[in-house]
Design a protein around this ligand. Structure first.
Ligand code: ZN
Length: 191
């Protein structure tokens, strides 16, 4: 059903000569995108103590995000936060929402919007990011595959290889520390 709202299908119908139907679908697609954007703003208000800037600073793009993700938040410069206080923010953010996300239920959309709202102040999926996302019931990963697992990687030659996968970051950290003692090297945790 959600796929019917997609811009992609609308373009296809346009090319196939169904102009009126294409136009109708475009309206539906942008309506559900706007609804998701309202959920993003609501999430931002809940996540951040100082969220008045969101209305001015965040623009909704009507393009799909790049890569295999359900949504993305792009911006120039650095952002930094401590806990739920946004210390350094960008002047301008662009939120992109995938058609695939609009096809999902409201709870899933909200979980991803919470994830993106936390990115306003945290660029990476680090421990502080994950803590705030979990506190607000968001999804830790915005990947379309829904893979929330934490991977412990070790540097082998010029690149990192995943050596073990965990569901819990504390378990992953504990294991990585043990591993470092037994087998010294460069480790990192990614999601
Ligand atoms: Zn993310």
């Amino acid at each position: 059903m959600g796929y019917l709202y997609s811009m992609e299908l609308s373009q296809y119908l346009e090319r196939a000569g169904y102009g009126d139907l294409a136009k109708e679908l475009r309206v539906l697609a942008s309506t559900s995108r706007d609804q998701a954007f309202r959920m993003f703003k609501e999430a931002a208000r809940k996540v951040w103590r100082n969220s008045d800037f969101v209305e001015q600073a965040v623009t909704l793009s009507h393009e799909e995000p790049k890569g295999d993700v359900l949504a993305s938040l792009a911006y120039a410069g650095n952002v930094r936060a401590i806990g739920d206080s946004l210390i350094v923010r960008s002047k301008h953010y662009t939120l992109r929402i995938a058609d695939a996300l609009l096809a999902k239920d409201e709870t899933t959309i909200m979980k991803i919007m919470i994830h993106e709202a936390v990115h306003l102040g945290y660029p990476r999926h680090d421990a502080d990011f994950r803590r705030l996302v979990r506190e607000h019931g968001g999804a830790v990963s915005e990947s379309a595959t829904g893979d929330d697992s934490i991977k412990v990687q070790m540097k082998k030659g010029s690149r990192f290889e995943t050596i073990k996968t965990f569901d819990d970051e504390h378990e992953a950290m504990k294991w990585a520390k043990e591993q470092m003692k037994i087998n010294p090297g460069k480790y990192r945790m990614i999601q």
